[in-house]
Design a protein around this ligand. Structure first.
Ligand SMILES: *Cc1c(COP(=O)(O)O)cnc(C)c1O
Length: 374
């Protein structure tokens, strides 16, 4: 006897998902240019997007060349071990290839860390106003996320240490953090690593590392040999200009990397991303230009915000969050001027907007539109 339609209709299949899955709040990405163009009937070429911390210089020419080179092999599966990219990372950072985990964006490696070490009944700690992907990946594996209140928008490392319980297995630190742009200084970070129980994995997310000036850069990779519980994640999406390809990586002790690699989908990074990332890593000149453009742009934008009488949180990334009062309305008015920024109410900052640093002309247009939108 087939199941009756009435029986079928009486069941909501969504109820079959675990409660912790149903409770996940969807991630809210920056609005794509094409979507705004459709919604407002604007010419896409007249829209500027400063909403996702993308690289205003575009793609490194060396990476572009590598992508073209990889096209002819599209019928083949990518190298599931990412040999060339791992060799490049290994040479660049002086680590062993066995310490590298490649991901479909660093979001992927964040998830691999959660899936490797967390399960229901365990806890992971992260800061208030920290990157939205941490609660997502923790909840998706049924572990409990513990959000620790921030101090002046920055990670409160002492409070995070105090939040450790026997169930804690992981701590996420974003440095610099997105969307606040705050930085944990090296000495403070080191004290935290020395104090935390070695049974707790510390995921140090350094997505914006390349935007730090030399005097604030710390050789955290050198700490891997001392702290076997440390997992460093970085990305090709920001300073390397490859956000659309999705490629990032984790560096950890070989045993941890091996676990994460076992959890990973065999072909999680596509051929173009692998080729482009290896080439981009060697394009030191491109990263340097991006860094300098960002330094100048940051000055331009923050001076402009100050002139408009708007408070902002001093940032070490390629973006800055500023207080816009009725941020939702200001966001909407900016959209009508063809300028896309990022509302961050979902990060517990309903009065703030985050703007990515763009080209000088884009920053200028943003400031002009903002002056008419507040
Ligand atoms: C942008 C960003 C990432 C990078 O994400 P990808 O998946 O590599 O594009 C990671 N962490 C933080 C804090 C970010 O802001």
């Amino acid at each position: 006897m087939p199941v009756s339609n009435a029986t079928r209709a009486a069941i909501d299949v969504c109820d079959l998902a675990p409660e912790y899955i149903r409770a996940i709040a969807p991630y809210q990405p920056g609005k794509p240019i094409a979507e705004l163009a459709r919604e407002l009937g604007l010419d896409p070429d007249c829209i500027i997007k400063l909403a996702s911390n993308e690289n205003p210089l575009g793609v490194s020419p060396l990476a572009m060349q590598a992508i073209h080179g990889a096209l002819a092999d599209t019928a083949r599966y990518p190298d599931g071990n990412g040999y060339e990219l791992k060799q490049a990372l290994s040479a660049h950072y002086g680590v062993n290839a066995a310490q590298c985990v490649l991901g479909n964006g660093s979001n992927d490696v964040l998830e691999l860390a959660a899936r490797s070490f967390l399960a229901p009944g365990m806890e992971a700690i992260y800061s208030q106003h920290a990157f939205a992907v941490y609660p997502l990946v923790v909840q998706a594996v049924g572990a409990r996320g513990i959000e620790v209140p921030a101090r002046s928008f920055a990670h409160d490392l002492d409070a995070m240490l105090k939040a450790v319980s026997p169930r804690t297995r992981m701590v996420f630190l974003a440095n610099p953090n997105n969307p606040t742009g705050t930085l944990i200084r090296a000495a403070e970070l080191l004290r935290f690593l020395e104090a935390i129980a070695p049974r707790i994995i510390v995921v140090l997310d350094e997505a914006y590392n390349e935007y730090l000036p030399d005097d604030l850069k710390t050789d955290t990779i050198a700490w891997l040999s001392r702290f076997p519980n440390l997992v460093i994640t970085r990305t090709f999406s920001k300073a390397y200009g490859l956000a659309g390809l999705r490629v990032g990586y984790a560096l950890a002790q070989a045993g941890v990397a091996d676990l994460m690699n076992r959890v990973r989908q065999p072909f999680n990074v596509n051929s173009f991303a692998l080729a482009a990332a290896a080439a981009a890593l060697g394009d030191v000149e491109f990263v340097r230009r991006g860094y300098e453009l960002n330094q100048r742009g940051m000055r331009q934008v923050t001076q402009g915000l100050t002139k408009l009488g708007l408070e902002f949180i001093p940032s070490f990334g390629n973006f800055v969050s500023f207080k816009a009062g009725d941020a939702g309305s200001v966001y909407q008015r900016l959209l009508r001027h063809g300028v896309i920024v990022r509302p961050i109410a979902g990060y517990g900052m309903p009065q703030y907007l985050r703007v990515s640093i763009g080209l000088e002309s884009e920053n200028g247009r943003f400031l002009d539109a903002l002056s008419k939108s507040i």
